[in-house]
Design a protein around this ligand. Sequence first.
Ligand code: F6P
Length: 372
Amino acid sequence: MSRRRIALLTGGGDAPGLNAVIRAVVKSAVGRGWEVLGIRDGFEGLLSRSGLMPLVADDVRGILQTGGTILGSSNRGDPFRFPEEKDGKVVRVDRSAEVVAKIKTLSLDALIVIGGDGSLSIAQRLGEMGVPVVGIPKTIDNDVVGTDLTFGFNTACQTAMAAIDRLHTTAASHHRVMVIEVMGRDAGWIALKAGASGGGDVILIPEIPYSIQAICQKFAEREARGARFSLVVVSEGAHPEGAGKVVAQTADKSRTGYERLGGVGHALAREIEDSYDTECRVTVLGHVQRGGTPTTMDRMLGTRFGVGAVNMVEAGEFQRMVALRCEQITSAPLADVTGALKLVDPDGEEVRALESIGVSFGRPRRGSEADV
Ligand code: F6P
């Protein structure tokens, strides 16, 4: 087996399980006699002098159980649209050729990119420029196409569910509507899974625009049965039907390249209080969902993805992403999985099952659904 030199980076938002992936890549590669370079702070590390760190087995000892990433991450370093200040303004500059040159200078046999759709799209474009890349899907949002799961999602759901459990008792004690805003951007997976597991009465996701009347109808039905409180789990990207828009903290995309979502919980609480005689309280979980010790599932998935990616490098399977499908580790071409998001099916089995037991998704109830 020939000696290889590989590098890995973590791009975009951190996710619990990242260190499990890094640990698995390093152990698996070092075990084959290969050299591993860690790139600091995502793609930015390939454009700076101090962005590289050699990684050996000792460097990954004791990190399996820690959140975050020992490599650091960034969502500002897209080399194709690198932000630079000019005359007090942020302008975008294409520095991809520098990245490709750096990879050649380093004589890398492979670049492993651990990231969500944004970082994987960058990896795909670098692949088109001749860089041998392997992707590993990461995001708490679970919205990467081509894989049943991304690591980080399970821990985020666990954190959100635990918060909903705590809010349940205080909601019941005070006869209030508790609104819990969770992350997920354009995908409602966290709201769906954590909301369902936490016994949410109303779950609002971007894939199903909500009607305030349908939400209030659910409160009224519960109240008629003596339940004078409700739990509303709302995904940050959820929006009202009609011309309703997502709520953003800031529309300024100049630094990150994307709109920073957040605030729908408060907007919704105001709407609810205006339409229904109740008292609302709002909890925005925010980045709490990105931190903490990873669950068993995320440590295991991260480890399998890390080893799977190294196996792909050995087999020369480049321009592909390691994936989980039907419990098996497999892979998919980056070109097929980037540029689109895996979203919740509004009429899928999970949504229908929840509706059949009385969960409201903020849309009018259909005849077959229970009022329970
Ligand atoms: O993609 C992961 C995620 O946590 C989203 O759920 C959220 O909208 C976004 O990242 C927040 O990004 P930032 O860390 O830039 O605030």
